[in-house]
Design a protein around this ligand. Structure first.
Ligand SMILES: O=c1ccn([C@@H]2O[C@@H]3COP(=O)(O)O[C@H]3[C@H]2O)c(=O)[nH]1
Ligand SMILES: [Zn+2]
Ligand SMILES: [Zn+2]
Length: 250
């Protein structure tokens, strides 16, 4: 199986330079969006991807830099793309908070018959820790991870061997025991806060405590605008950049 992961943005929530962290997973017969912050529609336009080319969406959590572009996407699919309802791959619990605590404010319109998330998206419920083949060459498994206490948050295994982190507090055991030892992943896309205490994110300093052979697998994303000052200081890890494409062959 082979696929491409193309970054639509690689910046932190407050980045003014690198767009919100988001990616397109592209296989022979599917184009899946991971997260949809406010900069995603512009980034898609820059690489000439139309919204109706997207077959499905995965959402990690409901912070605005990960879902703030969904309202535009929903309205444009409805009003400009023949009412296309794109598939939204979510847990039932995340679908509930995504609507009630985020999208309902803009999308609720009873006059037009829009009462719920299903009026805009085709909901495909996934269970945590169950791999789902969602296209010919694409299997997705979502796992719960810790970002902000008591806030739903999911990271993703893509075709079993690629780990794509949500915003994530550093979790040494997850990376060593599960991502590497148990699953033998060959590629890791990881949230990275460059300086200061991480609080709800993984810091570069924490990632630098990982063994070299694991660092070599890591692409750093969700970084701040001071990124250029850290070039050469990321050990064996690599900054990934907007619109960069990583070819994954399993
Ligand atoms: O408990 C909290 C909640 C939020 N924040 C900040 O707000 C940002 C929201 O988007 P983000 O999750 O990409 O990054 C978060 C942090 O920068 C924080 O420091 N502590
Ligand atoms: Zn974020
Ligand atoms: Zn977040």
């Amino acid at each position: 199986m082979s696929l491409q992961i193309q970054m639509l943005g690689t910046g932190s929530a407050f980045s003014k330079l690198y767009y919100n962290t988001s990616a397109l997973v592209r296989t022979t017969d599917a184009t899946i969006l991971i997260d949809c912050g406010p900069t995603v529609p512009k980034s898609l336009s820059e690489i000439e991807i139309e919204l109706d080319q997207i077959d499905g969406i995965l959402i990690s959590h409901i912070h605005a830099d990960h879902v703030g572009g969904l309202e535009e996407l929903a309205f444009r699919l409805f009003y400009q793309c023949n009412r296309k309802r794109v598939k939204l791959y979510v847990t039932e619990a995340l679908a509930e908070v995504l609507w009630e605590n985020s999208l309902k404010g803009g999308l609720y319109n009873p006059e037009e018959g829009f009462h719920q998330l299903q009026d805009y998206f085709e909901l495909v419920y996934l269970q945590e820790r169950v791999p789902y083949q969602i296209a010919t060459d694409l299997t997705i498994e979502i796992i719960p991870t810790l970002h902000v206490a008591q806030k739903l948050n999911y990271s993703f295994f893509i075709n079993h061997l690629t780990f794509y982190s949500a915003d994530l507090q550093f979790n040494h055991d997850l990376l060593i025991d599960e991502v590497i030892r148990a699953r033998n992943c060959h590629t890791i896309f990881h949230d990275c806060q460059l300086d200061g205490p991480g609080y709800v994110h993984t810091t570069l300093a924490e990632l630098l405590t990982l063994p070299e052979d694991i660092q070599k697998l890591i692409y750093l994303m969700h970084y701040g605008d001071r990124m250029p000052a850290f070039i050469g200081q990321t050990g064996h890890m690599t900054f990934i950049h907007k619109h960069e494409i990583i070819e994954i062959t399993d």
